[in-house]
Write a protein of this length. Structure first.
Length: 405
């Protein structure tokens, strides 16, 4: 039996007056999701635990059965992996922007006029070695870059050199504890950033930008130092060959760190204009090569963070339309859920549980007729934690190990 797990980012919400005190999911017309719920079993999931407000990264790790307490040491590694950097245990990874500073190193533009392609900038800095530490620098989307420090004796316990605001001088990285490793890491990173600034100032691409009246990408603003833990692959852990279909970088990164293959789906952008039909179609097609397909759909979360409940409701209807392809699949467990709730009224993540449905051969069909937060709370799966989802999936697909004899 195969599994398709669809994680609709930020799908959960709270009742909204303008929607007749329904949530966007409850208010949306979702005949296909409702059918899957009606013929399946529902519940709600507290991805990190009761009342905890999950980040997308920690929530995804939990859902895949990797306890964030053990496997999450900062956002950087997931972003770096998401742009295609192969990480090793012990690496320190950062998120980065190409930014603009003046002659006093005061930040004038955190995105260097939204530089469209950082390839020449990353190339100029990639591979530099300082005190036995190698710097890997790769272009991300737009003005973003991924930065990894590789070498012995490194620590992620350092502060951000990126000041996160305009008109202040870039910071020096500082050790956040008393360890020799943290002091060493901060020191090497600071040396690198000075060297990088020197190289970027003289870069041909920047001379061109200045000539065109654009702010140059002359400083590497890095933040979110993260340590890469030794992470057993999803396949090793569960015996399931897994693949990921996602548009946005972070989710590709989580999948890559767990050793899942990445599959490209035409038109998958991670934005409201994304082609969900194409993602689901690609997933169904990939079932003959994989046991487990993880599909990530981003935009319900971004729309909720803009407070756009109408847009969120419409986007959920778009998910539903595409989900027709998931109805009636043979020998396949369909799991549809979210990583966290993003109430439009709060414009940020909350600790409310997320709706969950499982549809496939063998599930104990319950009485839930429509897919929604409050209906699911009355479902046969009850309340589960994120770390309990994979055991439940393994149980239904007949892969759960016997506990005892
Ligand atoms: Zn999320």
């Amino acid at each position: 039996m195969k599994t398709i797990l669809v994680i609709c980012d930020g799908l959960g919400d709270r009742p909204i007056k303008e929607l007749g005190n329904k949530t966007p999911l409850e208010a949306a017309k979702t005949p296909n999701l409702d059918k899957l719920a009606r013929e399946g079993i529902c519940g709600v999931m507290h991805t990190l635990g009761f009342g905890l407000r999950p980040g997308s990264d920690t929530a995804h790790l939990s859902i895949f059965g990797y306890d964030p307490k053990e496997y999450y040491h900062g956002r950087g590694p997931f972003e770096a992996a998401g742009i295609g950097i192969d990480l090793r245990p012990g690496d320190i990874a950062f998120r980065g922007n190409m930014g603009t500073v003046d002659e006093n190193l005061v930040v004038k533009d955190r995105r260097a006029g939204r530089i469209r392609d950082t390839t020449p900038y990353a190339k100029a800095l990639d591979g530099i070695e300082i005190d036995g530490v190698k710097f890997i620098v790769k272009p991300g989307t737009g003005y973003r870059v991924g930065v990894v420090m590789r070498g012995p004796g490194l620590s992620s316990r350092i502060s951000d050199p990126d000041p996160h605001e305009l008109d202040v001088k870039v910071h020096e990285a500082k050790a956040l504890d008393n360890s020799k490793e943290a002091r060493f890491t901060a020191n090497v990173l600071n040396k690198f950033l000075v060297k990088a600034h020197g190289i970027l100032k003289n870069l041909e691409a920047n001379k061109q930008r200045i000539k065109e009246g654009n702010p140059p990408g002359n400083y590497l603003l890095v933040r979110g130092a993260g340590y890469v833990a030794d992470t057993p692959s999803f396949e090793k852990r569960y015996g399931l060959k897994a693949a990921c279909i996602a548009g946005a970088g972070l989710y590709k990164g989580v999948a890559r760190i767990l050793g899942m293959d990445g599959i490209k789906a035409e038109g998958a952008t991670g934005l409201p204009d994304t082609n969900i039909e194409s993602k689901f179609k690609t997933a169904v097609k990939a079932l003959n090569q994989y046991d487990f397909i993880f599909i990530h759909v981003k935009a319900a979360d971004s729309l909720a963070e803009d407070g756009n409940y109408k847009g969120k409701k419409e986007f959920i209807e778009k998910i539903d339309k595409a989900a027709k392809q998931l109805v009636g699949l043979k020998d396949t467990l369909i799991v549809i859920t979210a990583d966290h709730t993003t109430p439009c009224a709060l414009k940020t993540h909350s600790g409310d549980p997320v709706p969950l449905l499982m549809n496939g051969p063998g599930v104990r069909v319950d009485d839930i007729k429509e897919f929604g937060e409050r209906n699911c709370a009355k479902g046969g799966l009850g309340h589960i934690k994120g770390l309990e989802l994979m055991p439940e999936i393994l149980n239904i697909i007949g892969k759960a190990p016997l506990v005892g004899a």
